[in-house]
Write a protein that binds this ligand. Structure first.
Ligand code: SAM
Length: 284
């Protein structure tokens, strides 16, 4: 009779709090206590959470620079029948955090991967953003280099979905400045320090958020939700002003801008087109 292969363990991908330690599910607490090993982005950080929960499970560090090497090691343990929980420092692993490599290796090895839903700064911010449209574009962290960040923002000028990104305290002001410059003065939600003592959610035009950030000493961890462009077309503007706005902020071609403007204002397309030609040409 062929020998049966040893049963594989399970890889649990466990969401942990993004600030407030009460934000953890009952299932996450049970699994963290039951598994043989917890793979953690920063073991010192996770130790604090575990000691708060009274959990003594062994920890192994699994961080960005060692994802491949540690991933293979963890998969070997899973193949040997150990159950492993993967956690990051905050929120859901794999969302702008390490995790993808281990999950992929585990799946390739035929190991069951079980996600435990829970906190994420992304869903927390979106849940309070009041977006009526069902779609959004999540960008994670924008590139730290200004030129790369600006290039990315330029490519998104005509994106019709709200843009959502993460930002660190050091770069939030730069993000507001570049977004204002390239996307125009759109409305945006700045969700900072979610679930923490100094939580603050502000919805305002980007120019106001930029000024607000300048006055904040501790800018905190942030999620920014930027509304699509059409939300900030200047109100009560003349056709010429609107054309200028479309030229500089919408990312639309002259033809598409004319089509949209003519439809919105009930004007003839050729009339708008003549005016647009002069404005587009005046760019030099
Ligand atoms: N995996 C995490 C998640 O599911 O939210 C995100 C990890 S990423 C390395 C860290 C970034 O998430 C921070 O720089 C910030 O942009 C955002 N973030 C994390 N905690 C936050 C909080 N309490 N309030 C606002 N943003 C937060």
């Amino acid at each position: 009779m062929p020998t049966r292969p040893a049963a594989h363990g399970t890889l649990y991908v466990v969401a942990t709090p993004i600030g407030n330690l009460e934000d953890i599910t009952l299932r996450a607490v049970r699994i963290l206590g039951e598994v043989d090993l917890i793979a953690a982005e920063d073991t010192r950080h996770t130790k604090k959470l575990l000691s708060h929960l009274g959990i003594k499970t062994r920890l192994l560090s699994y961080y960005r620079e060692k994802e491949m090497e540690r991933g293979a090691e963890i998969v070997a343990r899973l193949e040997a029948g150990e159950n492993v929980a993967l956690v990051s420092d905050a929120g859901t692993p794999g969302i702008s955090d390490p995790g993808a490599v281990l999950v992929r290796l585990a799946r390739q090895a035929g190991i069951p991967v079980v996600p435990l839903p829970g906190p994420s700064a992304l869903t927390a911010a979106l849940s309070a953003a009041g977006l009526e449209q069902p779609s959004f574009l999540f960008l994670g962290f924008l590139p730290p280099q200004k030129s790369q960040r600006q290039k990315l923002l330029r490519s998104l000028v005509s994106c019709e979905h709200p843009l959502v990104c993460y930002e660190s305290p050091q770069r939030i002001q730069g993000l507001f400045a570049d977004a204002l410059d390239i996307l125009g003065d759109r409305r945006a939600l700045w969700a900072r320090e979610l679930s923490k003592t100094f939580e603050e959610l502000q919805e305002a035009p980007l120019s106001e958020l930029h000024a607000l950030a300048a006055g904040r000493k501790n800018k905190g961890e942030s999620v920014v939700v930027i509304h699509p462009g059409h939300a900030s077309e200047p109100e009560g503007a003349t056709v010429e002003e609107l054309l200028l706005w479309y030229r500089d902020h919408s990312g639309l071609s002259l033809k598409d801008a004319c089509r949209r403007l003519a439809a919105d204002l009930g004007l003839s397309r050729s009339q708008v087109y003549q005016q647009a030609l002069a404005i587009w040409d005046s760019r030099g």
